[in-house]
Design a protein around this ligand. Structure first.
Ligand SMILES: *[C@@H]1O[C@H](CO)[C@@H](O)[C@H](O)[C@H]1NC(C)=O
Ligand SMILES: *[C@@H]1O[C@H](CO)[C@@H](O)[C@H](O)[C@H]1NC(C)=O
Ligand SMILES: *[C@@H]1O[C@H](CO)[C@@H](O)[C@H](O)[C@H]1NC(C)=O
Ligand SMILES: *[C@@H]1O[C@H](CO)[C@@H](O)[C@H](O)[C@H]1NC(C)=O
Ligand SMILES: *[C@@H]1O[C@H](CO)[C@@H](O)[C@H](O)[C@H]1NC(C)=O
Ligand SMILES: *[C@@H]1O[C@H](CO)[C@@H](O)[C@H](O)[C@H]1NC(C)=O
Length: 721
């Protein structure tokens, strides 16, 4: 598929960065049916739901149409719900019925490595727990997988864990890929087979990043060479193919329904929408909630809609959400002009550097170019993103201008993006030279000492649903990542690009997410009994702080910092939380008791009738949304659990922006035993001036060996308010 317009489609399509298009077309005519998701909460503790329950329910609202014909999915393995084709009236009727939590139109979402692990100081020789690691099953909800990739070889891998209840549908599994299902109820597919096989590349890339075997001598045409490996090379992969041209929300929920019941340990989903939705109108948040209740951690990407604030789209506190950052390997590309001037730009250009130069011409845009104009030439076409015009017209190369050139795209011909500030020098050379010529060199990798820096495209907080919960949580490499690919997919994602590769370099929060998923699997291999919240806490409190002076949005951009899997195995203390704690947070958010009971399945009651704040949740980071120019004081009550050593004593250290006053009470905690809990209160006060201002601090608990760091961020109005 060729990209259409800059910048959204560019990000979506070129790097397969999975991200949404809100193509929910609300039914205009009354008769017009569209797919709605009908979420009904928990499964009954006694008895079970059958398809006829769902058909009966539909029969009560359908207007002269058959229930069976309009039922798309009946969800009943892990939670209760259905997807059905309904008219607007039928939807209204259904929404008013007893037992329904939410009814919302099914939207189409879009899907949002090698060197990166060394950059994270997570070498191949790291201490491992192979027996337990091989018990960890990662459910990949993505575009499928290329099972023949060397990254998924099961050579030397033992039999699959006995707890596994999944199935292999449409693909031949092995002991590495132990499950494969696909969900394709309605969407059109251009794939050549109806199966969990990956024809896009994205799913193979994310799966090999999280749990790929170590494969030597991989590169993209010699670029970014090295050993490709996942974080948890012994972990098992279960594939749930949810994305075809797009990823239907009804299909995504069906995959969660199966993955949770099949017995995966971690779910990785590099998919999302453009905007955060209320939790129970969001299939990823719903699926993740039921996964969390079964002890399954969900790791999701934050989205590629940065650098504006308020753009992070996966925001539920019961899942771990990643931002994307650079590694120290930057990929550059050079334009050499006839006057011997060299301009450094970016792109992933695998075409060999030619000995000769080509005529260099200027065009207003990359569109409407004819063969007569561009064949055999290098075209400078201003700010653009889509090179299919010049490519199909036979150009030898394309030069474009851009502002965010911190990451690189692939093109089907030699092409690169140079800084917008080069515009006048390019035009001057082309206009004032009798025979302007240029040569575009093959890309090369260079060392970048500023890394890690958050990608320009990485979605920023604040969390617009719950501003007192920091999202994204953590950052991980997501720029120019080399990992497995589908040989049936276009390397650059341009239709007419015929290069077929087993390893490819792409960027996105989609690529950051499986780094965090793999790190979580690594932690789980040492602590198989830890709750999703404990694993999340371990990763968050041991993340490496990032350079504040390089990030004007601070924690809203990178969360707690860069993931550090080795440290996360031994965090010292964890901020744990149970399903009940999240339910209490929902009460505080104003969800009423009847709704909460349907979701939780327990006789939960909200203690306060008054709307409270999400700050009460025992979260490993602390966020405070305050009014502009008004003095504020915010308190965070937290509980830490000792998972380090018995008889240990921790002291709190504060590091803070001078705009804030932060205290911790008590500031010493003594633990006699393992798994003992201790409480403390962090009080933050101050005043923020100016729109969109923010201030941050951190509280670090240390026993001399462990350092348990929680960022604190105070922020005011964002563009959404
Ligand atoms: C990797 O490539 C290098 C250089 O081409 C070669 O010397 C080496 O034998 C290769 N290693 C493997 C395991 O293929
Ligand atoms: C291309 O040409 C068509 C027909 O002349 C015109 O309608 C269209 O706007 C042009 N597109 C661009 C991007 O210039
Ligand atoms: C591009 O691909 C289409 C479909 O495969 C093909 O019909 C067309 O000839 C190709 N165009 C070029 C210029 O290669
Ligand atoms: C330079 O080229 C541009 C684009 O072709 C044209 O619009 C402009 O008039 C030229 N300027 C000069 C100084 O020749
Ligand atoms: C943070 O970035 C600034 C600007 O590039 C640099 O001068 C400084 O040394 C960096 N600090 C650290 C701790 O790396
Ligand atoms: C609870 O909230 C739902 C959704 O907002 C609403 O439909 C329902 O009437 C409320 N129930 C009570 C008892 O307030």
């Amino acid at each position: 598929m060729a990209p259409k317009s800059y910048p959204l489609w560019l990000l979506v399509s070129l790097t397969t960065i999975v991200f949404i298009s809100l193509c929910a077309s609300f039914a205009e005519a009354n008769e017009e049916r569209q797919v709605y998701i009908v979420y009904m909460g928990h499964l009954p503790s006694e008895g079970y739901i059958t398809e006829s329950h769902h058909l009966n329910l539909l029969d009560q609202v359908l207007d002269g149409s058959s229930a069976r014909e309009n039922l798309v999915y009946s969800y009943r393995r892990s939670f209760n719900g259905l997807a059905a084709k309904l008219t607007k009236q039928e939807k209204e009727k259904l929404a008013g019925m007893e037992g329904i939590v939410s009814v919302f139109p099914s939207k189409n979402l879009k899907p949002h490595t090698t060197r990166s692990w060394d950059f994270l100081r997570f070498p191949e020789t790291v201490r491992r727990n192979p027996a337990l690691e091989s018990d960890v099953i990662i459910g990949m909800l993505d575009t499928g997988i290329w099972p023949e990739s060397k990254s998924f070889s099961d050579e030397g891998v033992g039999p699959r864990p006995s707890k596994w209840k999944g199935a292999c549908i449409s693909l031949k599994c092995n002991n590495k890929i132990i499950g494969a299902r696909y969900y394709h109820s309605l969407s059109e597919s251009s794939d050549s087979e109806d199966s969990a096989r990956d024809f896009d590349g994205h799913g193979t890339h994310t799966a090999s990043t999280a749990a790929g075997r170590s494969v030597q001598n991989t590169s993209l045409y010699g670029l970014a060479g090295g050993t490709a490996r996942g974080a948890a090379p012994s972990a098992r992969i279960a594939v749930y193919k949810i994305c075809w041209e797009v990823c239907g929300e009804h299909d995504i929920l069906a995959a969660f329904n199966d993955a949770v019941a099949d017995g995966v340990d971690i779910i990785s989903i590099s998919v999302g929408s453009y905007a955060a939705e209320d939790y129970f109108n969001d299939v990823i948040a719903i699926g993740a909630f039921h996964a969390m209740r079964k002890g399954i951690l969900v790791s999701a990407s934050g989205g590629n809609n940065g650098p504006d604030r308020g753009t992070v789209s996966n925001v539920a506190p019961w899942m771990l959400v990643s931002a994307a950052s650079s590694t120290d390997r930057h990929i550059i590309d050079k334009l050499v002009m006839g006057n011997r001037r060299t301009i450094v730009g970016t792109s992933i250009n695998t075409f060999p550097t030619e000995k000769r130069s080509y005529p260099f011409i200027s065009a207003e845009t990359c569109y409407n170019l004819t063969q007569d104009m561009v064949k055999g030439k290098i075209v400078f076409c201003g700010t653009s993103a889509d090179v299919s015009g010049p490519f199909l017209a036979g150009a030898e190369g394309v030069v474009m201008l851009g502002t965010d050139i911190d990451f690189a795209f692939s093109y089907p011909l030699p092409a690169l993006t140079v800084s917008s500030s080069e515009r006048s020098s390019l035009i001057e050379y082309i206009n004032k030279t009798r025979n302007p010529v240029a040569n575009i060199h093959k890309s090369e990798a260079v060392f970048d000492s500023t890394a890690p820096v958050i990608a320009s495209f990485s979605s920023r907080g604040p969390n617009i649903i719950t501003p007192d919960i920091l999202k994204p949580d953590i950052s991980a490499p997501g720029i120019n990542i080399l990992a497995g690919w589908s040989p049936e997919a276009s390397m650059s994602e341009y239709d007419n690009d015929t290069r077929s590769v087993m390893y490819n370099i792409v960027s996105g929060t989609s690529m950051a997410c499986p780094h965090v998923t793999g790190a979580a699997a690594y932690v789980k291999s040492f602590h198989p009994k830890w709750s999703p919240a404990a694993i999340m806490s371990a990763l968050v409190t041991t993340a490496s702080p990032m350079n504040l002076s390089l990030h004007q949005d601070a924690e809203l951009a990178y969360g707690a910092g860069q993931v550090n899997p080795r440290k996360a195995v031994n965090p010292g203390l964890v901020y744990d939380a149970t399903a009940q704690d999240y339910i209490k947070m929902l009460c505080d958010q104003g969800y009423n008791v009847s709704m909460i009971r349907r979701i939780s399945g327990e006789k939960s009651s909200c203690s306060k009738s008054k709307k409270g704040s999400a700050r009460g949740l025992n979260y490993p980071t602390m966020a405070l949304f305050v009014k502009l120019d008004k003095p504020f004081i915010g308190k965070f009550l937290r509980t830490v659990t000792n998972v380090g050593k018995e008889d240990s004593k921790y002291t709190a250290r504060i590091s803070s922006d001078p705009k804030l006053k932060v205290t911790v009470e008590p500031n010493q905690l003594s633990f006699r035993k393992l798994h003992e809990n201790q409480k403390f209160v962090v009080t933050v006060s101050g005043r923020l001036h100016g729109m969109n201002s923010l201030a941050s601090a951190s509280v670090i608990w240390s026993d001399g060996k462990h350092s348990v760091r929680s960022p604190i961020i105070v922020h005011t109005k964002n563009k959404e308010q």
